[in-house]
Write a protein that binds this ligand. Structure first.
Ligand code: ADP
Ligand code: MG
Length: 264
């Protein structure tokens, strides 16, 4: 028997004013699955991630993450109460393009902050867990550094450790490497790869098509607020069925997305 999906999204709609940005999105993610969300700028990828952790309130549809389920009927934007919302947000760790670390806190303090203030974890326990997470992202030696003394890649790894400290059921990455100098991209992708190996459920918005092919179990191609095509990387990236997917992937240069599809 197959397990129920960890994340189930059905009929999800989101508009801003008269602008329908998400139109009837359906998506299921199994526990331990890595989903790469790709598509042109403005297709709704960030909005979808923001809806999944309720940073944006959908206008319609249903979102389930683990034991949390929310229905949005379109008439009133129904957000859960503050406590349930905080719990839910903690269960969906979000990592952004810009790291949003607290500048007046060290790496260690940044990672401890959520557990101490939101989860009420005792400080000693939160510190031990934070040090372990910094070790896991390769920054044990940088625990006492302030963000302005860290490189972009190091800051992003602290941001990942900070999200992990909340023991999320799923990690959501929104172009986590887009703001980095090219030579710093690899260290962040390696941390994400390690999480995939550990069985973390993840949704990654990424323009790193080669990386998506390598780590994703499922690739979702979005266009104009709909899922235009989804499936395993061998299909969506290497043998897309939709013309729009082909056109999008055609923008990536040889050595990345095209290399295999042209060889095939
Ligand atoms: P992507 O991440 O795929 O580039 P986004 O989800 O950021 O796309 O944006 C999709 C569309 O939604 C864009 O047209 C954008 O202008 C619009 N949009 C996103 N956020 C807002 C907002 N807070 N207010 C108004 N329009 C928004
Ligand atoms: Mg975006």
């Amino acid at each position: 028997m197959s397990a129920p999906p960890l994340i189930a999204i059905s009929g999800l709609k989101k508009s801003f004013g008269g602008n329908a940005v998400l139109k009837d999105i359906h998506l299921q993610v199994q526990r331990g699955e890595v989903v790469a969300l790709i598509g042109p700028s403005g297709s709704g990828k960030s909005t979808l991630l923001r809806c999944i952790n309720l940073l944006s309130v959908p206008n319609g549809g249903r979102i389930t993450v683990g034991e949390h389920s929310f229905d949005f009927d379109g008439r009133h934007a129904a957000l859960p109460g503050e406590k349930k919302l905080a719990q839910f947000r903690a269960s969906t760790g979000m990592v952004f393009q810009h790291f949003n670390l607290f500048p007046h806190m060290t790496a260690l303090q940044n990672v401890m902050e959520g557990p101490v203030t939101v989860l009420r974890t005792p400080r000693a326990e939160a510190e031990a867990a934070a040090r372990e997470l910094l070790r896991k992202v390769g920054l044990a030696e940088r625990a006492d550094y302030y963000p302005d003394k860290l490189s972009g890649g190091q800051k992003q790894r602290v941001a990942i450790a900070r999200a992990l400290a909340m023991k999320p059921a799923v990690m959501l990455f929104d172009e986590a490497t887009s703001a980095l100098d090219p030579e710093l991209v690899g260290e962040v992708l390696n941390v994400i790869k390690g999480l995939a190996r550990d069985g973390m459920t993840m949704i990654l918005v990424t323009h790193e098509i080669g990386f998506a092919r390598e780590v994703a179990d499922q690739v979702v191609f979005m266009r104009d607020g709909v899922v235009a095509e989804s499936g395993p990387p061998g299909v969506v990236i290497d043998n897309p069925r939709q013309e729009s997917t082909r056109v999008f992937l055609g923008r990536f240069t040889a050595g990345d997305a095209r290399a295999t599809s042209q060889a095939a």
